[in-house]
Structure formats: C-alpha cells, structure tokens
Design a protein around this ligand. Structure first.
Ligand code: ASP
Length: 314
C-alpha cells in the first residue's frame, strides 16, 4: 500500500515531516500520527497546540487530544494541565488502561505514573504576556460564564508559498493527522488547546471520539478542526465515516458533514469548520465552511500544502 499522511492547517507540514520520517522507514501509522502531533505540540510558535498555546480564562493551559485506530483501539485525554505531549498520554490510555478517556487531574496523574515528567511552565513568557494583555482588554470576561470570546475565523497566516508564517500568532486550530502505512493500516490523531480563553473545564470535540476524530479500519477516517461546539452537536467525524461506509465518496462525505452545520446552526462569521476524509484505500478529500483552511499532504510522490476541494460558504 502507498503510504500517505494528511494534516490540518499550514502547521500541518510540521506534523507531516515528523510523521513521514516514521512512514518512510516502514514504521506504523500509529507511530506516525503520534510523532506528527508531538512535533506540533513541541513547537512554541504554534499557539493552539501543546506547549505555549492559548490558555483558558484563568490563564492556565488545558490540553485535549485523541488517537484512534479502530472502535476498540482509541484513547483520549481532556483538560490536561501539566503535560505537553497529550497525544502520547492518549496513546497510553488506549494501550495501558481499560478506558478510553481520562480527564483533568486524573489524566495528569496517570501520565506521571507512566513516567512522563510534568512541565513546570506550560505557557512560557510570550504567551503569558498575551494572556495578560487579553485579560486587561476583556475584564468583562473573567466573571461572566456566558461570555464567549469570538476570535475571527481563519486565523492562520500563510506565506505566498502556502507554508505557515513564522509565528502562528492566532490562537486556535487543532492539529489533526490521518495516515495509512505501507501495510495499509490507518490511524488518526488530534491535539489542541481548544477554544482560546475558554471557561476552565471546557472540553471540545478534539478528544471526543466520533466528534473531532474517527477511524474505522474497514471504511476510512475523518478529522475535524474549527468551532468544536458545532461538531459536538452533530458527531461530525463519525457521521463522515458512516457516510463513506454507506458508499459516499470522501468528497461527498466531507461536504455533507459541513452542509449539516449550515442546516442545523445559526452560523456566525467567526465560525469555521474543516474536515479531512480518507478512505482505507487512500482516497481523500477536504472541505471547509470558509476560505482559509489548508491541508498538508505527503506521499512518496508529493509533499505540499493544498487548499480544500470545497469551500461551502465561499
Ligand atoms: N476544534 C477545536 C476545539 O473546539 C479547536 C479547533 O480545531 O480550532 O477545541
């Protein structure tokens, strides 16, 4: 089977480079997607995933991640505060526990029990300054649970070449990675700091199996990024894979999932949602609600950033 790796957003190229170094050496898709997500988690210039990403309203990071190979092989963590590599904790939940998801203090404690070292300063000085500036500019947000910080959609800055700008200054967007290895085994991963300045305790679509990520070895896989609350009312990645199970092409499945967003929500200009769909035979597609999303694609013949096939609300 020809290996492939697909990752969300312009920083997806960081994930693809790491994932491809695994696939190129005949490594497994599970190792590849974990390596891809870890590379983005470690990158301090990506302000929406892992280290130095955007905190919750209290100024503390709260990271979410999931990893999946099949309905019986999936793992997730939510609201992790002391560890950067949440994708690896999710994998350990999958491989070492009878559970699918651990959250909050339990997830951090589990990581430590498995030998991971907690990180004393998850935010870093730059992000701490950004948070303080946001807090000063939005004093009304601190004590109002109904306050919704609504950054505009499509924060990703892209250079003319399509690669990410040097600093990913904009605060949200999940890294989602889908891969098929040379044996034809599929895996997916996603990792995020979630909605910027969210209420402490908020968990989004990314660590929730069937929402931000779904993989079925007999059918295909899908990963979503964008406004997680939209995904969570529609089980979007499960829906996409189920549409492909019933015969839809990856393109039609991605479009239908987004059409459901249009049909079921009062969408605001800041709402963005993108989905990548992949069949078990390596056909793939991607669609988004609004312009600005891109996908990193790597195969033996191709390593580039591409625009989505369909933009619903262009
Ligand atoms: N879907 C993520 C969340 O809502 C964020 C994103 O992908 O932009 O947590």
């Amino acid at each position: 089977m020809t290996p492939i790796v697909l990752s969300t957003w312009s920083f997806g190229s960081i994930a693809n480079n790491a994932a491809w170094s695994v696939l190129r050496e005949q490594g497994s898709s599970l190792d590849a997607v974990e390596a891809g997500a870890r590379a983005v988690e470690a990158d301090p210039t990506v302000n929406s995933v892992g280290y130095a990403s955007t905190p919750d309203r209290s100024g503390r990071l709260s990271l979410d991640a999931s990893i999946m190979q099949s309905p019986s092989q999936c793992g997730a963590v939510a609201a992790v505060r002391r560890h950067v590599h949440v994708i690896s904790i999710a994998r350990m939940v999958m491989e070492r526990t009878p559970h699918v998801m651990l959250a909050g203090e339990g997830a951090d404690a589990f990581a430590e029990s498995q030998g991971m070292t907690p990180v004393a300063d998850m935010l870093g000085d730059d992000m701490r300054r950004k948070y303080e500036a946001w807090r000063t500019a939005h004093p009304e947000a601190i004590n109002d649970p109904g306050y919704a910080y609504r950054p505009k959609a499509n924060r990703e800055e892209r250079t003319p070449g399509g690669r990410a700008a040097a600093v990913h200054d904009q605060p949200d967007d999940t890294v989602g990675v889908l891969a098929i290895d040379h044996r034809g085994v599929m895996a997916g991963a996603c990792s995020t700091s979630g909605w910027p300045y969210k209420l402490p305790g908020r968990v989004g679509d990314s660590p929730t199996i069937g929402h931000g990520l779904y993989v079925h070895p007999k059918v295909g896989a899908a990963v979503a990024t964008g406004s997680g609350e939209l995904v969570m009312g529609l089980c979007s990645t499960f829906h996409a894979v189920d549409l492909m199970r019933r015969g839809a092409s990856p393109a039609d499945a991605a479009i239908e999932v987004l059409q459901q967003m249009v049909d079921n929500y009062d969408l605001k200009p800041q709402h963005q949602l993108a989905v990548i769909t992949l069949t078990k035979t390596g056909e793939w597609s991607t669609a988004c609600l609004r312009p600005g999303f891109s996908v990193a694609v790597t195969t033996p013949d191709r390593n580039e950033q591409t625009d989505p096939t369909t933009v619903l609300l262009a």
